[in-house]
Ligand binder design. Structure first.
Ligand SMILES: [Zn+2]
Length: 303
């Protein structure tokens, strides 16, 4: 059994390595890859960057956004890659040195009302773990907040420890990172009513701009959930781009409000990262999820 699993893993990795080459040179040719991290340890990111710096040209996010705005990628190097980090986890504060050592810059999408406070990320709370994070994501925003409150988590309550980076850490991070908005409190936007959705999008921009003392023009959807309403509100608030977690590569004509990504697991081995860079792992995960959903629906039909 173990042997078979190992064989499968090796086969997959061999495939991924060939696939990786093909994708970098064919599917991703002339396009920009955007990687998504959350809270990687510096030593893991160091190993990833050793590979990424060999296989790609990691460019500063602002350089990519300028080329995207001009709809002209002729100024970008081949196999351009942009590093993004979601949420603003306190662990990100330890990444300055490794980013600096590899000579690369990234972008952190911050939750404006959690950074520089001792508030918690709702999905990390004991309440969320008891209730089930994926179950909570299915509730309307008001119901989710009410349920969490019932189990002892208030989004504005001081948790006695910082889950997100502080302002002084952000200042230090600004040597190697740019910053965007990831809403105020990381709700599922598509579960918010209009007023709450607009508040999360617009107020986070205002708050971050006053905190950072610079324009905040880039947005990432919490949990990757969005629809036409969210995009309209993001445009109205004055953002220039929005990053999804939809898998794919970005060409010069890609809609700036539908930027596609490749997910990088925070603890990925370099081999797994290479597989993730093909997009195949996420597509596979989604296919499995889709299969489970259709099975569940069939069972529902039979019941
Ligand atoms: Zn997030």
């Amino acid at each position: 059994m173990h042997q078979r699993m190992l064989k499968n893993a090796i086969g997959f990795l061999v495939l991924a390595s060939g696939l990786g080459w093909l994708i970098r040179n064919i599917a991703a040719r002339g396009k920009v890859s955007i990687l998504v991290y959350h809270d990687p340890k510096p030593e893991v990111l160091h190993r990833h960057l050793q590979h990424l710096n060999r296989a790609y040209n990691i460019i500063p996010p602002s350089r990519y956004f300028e080329a995207l705005k001009a709809k002209d990628f002729s100024t970008l190097p081949p196999r351009s890659l942009v590093m993004t980090f979601d949420d603003g986890h306190v662990g990100n504060a330890a990444l300055v040195q490794v980013m600096h050592a590899h000579g690369v810059k990234g972008l952190i999408y911050l939750c404006s009302h959690i950074v520089d406070t001792q508030r918690g990320f709702w999905w990390q709370s004991a309440a969320a773990k008891n209730l089930g994070i994926s179950e909570l994501k299915k509730l309307t925003d008001a119901d989710r907040l009410a349920k969490l409150a019932e189990y002892g988590f208030e989004r504005d309550a001081d948790q006695g420890t910082a889950a997100a980076v502080s302002l002084s850490q952000i200042k230090s991070l600004s040597q190697v990172f740019e910053f965007g908005s990831h809403t105020c409190y990381h709700p599922i936007l598509t579960q918010c009513n209009d007023a709450a959705c607009d508040e999360e999008i617009a107020a986070s921009k205002r708050k971050l701009e006053s905190l950072l003392n610079q324009p905040v023009l880039h947005f990432a959807f919490p949990n990757g959930n969005y629809g036409q309403r969210e995009i309209a509100m993001i445009k109205a608030a004055g953002y220039e781009t929005a990053r999804t977690i939809d898998v794919g590569w970005n060409g010069a004509l890609t809609d700036p409000f539908h930027l596609k990504v490749l997910e990088a697991a925070d603890d990925a081995t370099v081999w797994w990262l290479r597989a993730q860079l093909t997009g195949a792992t996420t597509l596979f995960k989604n296919a499995v999820r889709y299969r489970r959903i259709s099975l569940a629906l069939q069972q529902g039909d039979n019941a």
